[in-house]
Design a protein around this ligand. Structure first.
Ligand SMILES: Nc1ncnc2c1ncn2[C@@H]1O[C@H](COP(=O)(O)OP(=O)(O)O)[C@@H](O)[C@H]1O
Ligand SMILES: [Mg+2]
Length: 221
């Protein structure tokens, strides 16, 4: 393996995403619904998760454990948009990792572990206080904690983000880290994970956003 290949392999591993397929609504007309549904299950296996390609807060996201439930779940997901992102479902520990930029560049704050009572971190579990347990720092092995921090800083840098971001990821039982997405305007409500990470890092929303505003003002001068 040449150096470029090794670097490529490392990058793929660091930014490993669950296997995925993007399905515009027109695919079903062009190829026939049953062909597409069969191909999805063959490629991704079960369980899989469907998400509209737009929006957020898990609106429209559905976990499909049984192939018989797939047609109705697809119809439900298309109600939220014209394109569905289907992904292999990863069982594991869900974490949210905040990255904040300071004078020394971007750094990851302690990962916040998300444990929804219902098992699914859906809209209700996100915005209803008490329906989800959070552990900060996350109950991860030291290696996995380090890996999710590097993943979040790497994603922040790779995407050219600025000031603050939050990366969502799942750590599977074997310790492998699966990147879900980066949020460049992360939630700041009382049930959001960014304020929890800031508190665990010994600071606060007010202090950090005050610094970010100062940096932004200096940039604009
Ligand atoms: N591939 C996956 N495997 C397991 N759970 C997933 C997967 N993708 C998403 N989820 C779950 O669905 C939620 C919403 O998905 P996400 O991709 O983060 O979209 P959103 O922009 O709506 O937050 C996640 O917080 C996680 O609980
Ligand atoms: Mg998310």
């Amino acid at each position: 393996m040449g150096q470029a290949d090794r670097q490529g392999a490392r990058r793929r591993r660091e930014f490993g995403t669950p296997d995925w397929i993007v399905l515009p609504h027109s695919t079903f007309r062009e190829l026939g619904a049953q062909t597409v549904l069969d191909a999805m299950v063959e490629r991704l296996g079960l369980p899989l998760i469907l998400k509209p390609d737009q929006g957020g807060s898990a609106l429209g996201a559905q976990v499909v454990r049984d192939a018989a439930d797939l047609p109705a779940a697809m119809v439900g997901c298309f109600a939220y948009g014209d394109t569905v992102l289907a992904e292999q479902y990863i069982e594991g520990t869900e974490v949210a990792v905040t990255v904040v930029e300071g004078a020394d560049g971007p750094r990851a704050l302690p990962a916040v572990e998300i444990v929804p009572e219902s098992g699914i971190y859906d809209y209700t579990a996100r915005y209803t206080a008490g329906l989800t347990d959070f552990f900060t720092p996350a109950r991860l092995e030291a290696d996995a904690e380090k890996a999710v921090g590097e993943l979040a800083v790497g994603a922040h840098r790779l995407l050219g983000l600025r000031d603050i971001s939050r990366t969502d990821a799942i750590v599977a039982a074997d310790g492998s880290v699966h990147f879900l997405e980066v949020n460049c305007s992360p939630g700041l409500t009382e049930t959001s994970t960014v304020p929890m990470a800031l508190e665990a890092a010994g600071t606060s929303l007010g202090a950090v956003f005050g610094e970010l505003v100062e940096r932004a003002t200096a940039r604009a001068d």
